[in-house]
Design a protein around this ligand. Structure first.
Ligand code: URA
Length: 212
């Protein structure tokens, strides 16, 4: 099955999901969106009021700010994949509960597997916790790490940064560095693909070559 078909199938399953209580109060599921060949994936927390109405991620105030931030990184929204940890809106935008995160996690895992992005940018603490459990966003934001064959960059949540000038400057600076991080990830994955690892390094032929 192609990546696009897999993502479509996951989205269909998300829209039919009743695995936790959140589908009861939500208007629409928000599976996530973006091209199946996107090399950068952004992962937020959960749909809010506007996302719940439209069935699309990051379409409210935080979404507008995210689009501004993407602009600082020279990226267009249409070229990246945007998803959330939680696919149905929690009532009154409360924090998702552990059992809701557990019930929803298979969708995000399958989206990541289908998309296989080179770079994942986590937005806020709930998506950060998938790769950096126990870490503090204030300490590690904007510091990429190479995990499971891809670059993971923890960033603050745009909604948290929107109204607090000191965070706003931080998240803007982190997004300005994104092109540099993406270039590093591209170099690293190209090097990994080109690396020729000898099957049997102890074979005489290899040893002889090393004499020259
Ligand atoms: N905040 C999120 O984390 N996700 C959205 O889709 C919208 C706001």
């Amino acid at each position: 099955m192609s990546a696009a078909n897999m993502l479509q199938q996951i989205a269909d399953e998300v829209r039919a999901c009743t695995a936790c209580r959140l589908h009861q109060s939500a208007m629409r599921a928000v599976p996530g969106e973006g091209p199946a060949d996107a090399k950068v994936m952004f992962i937020g927390e959960a749909p809010g009021f506007h996302e719940d109405r439209q069935g699309r991620p990051f379409v409210g105030a935080a979404g507008q700010f995210l689009e501004e931030l993407l602009g600082l990184a020279g990226l267009r929204r249409s070229e990246v994949f945007i998803a959330n940890v939680i696919k149905h809106r929690p009532p009154d935008n409360r924090d998702p509960l552990p059992d809701e995160i557990a019930a929803c996690s298979q969708f995000l895992e399958r989206q990541i597997a289908a998309l296989n992005p080179l770079v994942i940018v986590t937005l806020g603490r709930f998506s950060m916790a998938r790769w950096f459990p126990g870490e503090k966003i204030s300490r590690i934001h904007g510091q990429p790490r190479w995990i499971e064959g891809r670059m993971i960059i923890p960033m603050m949540h745009p909604a948290a940064a929107l109204h607090q000038p000191q965070y706003r400057a931080l998240i803007e600076d982190d997004f300005r560095r994104l092109p540099e991080f993406i270039a590093q990830a591209e170099t690293k994955s190209a090097q990994a693909a080109a690396a020729v690892v000898p099957d049997k390094p102890d074979e005489p032929e290899v040893q002889q070559l090393s004499l020259f």
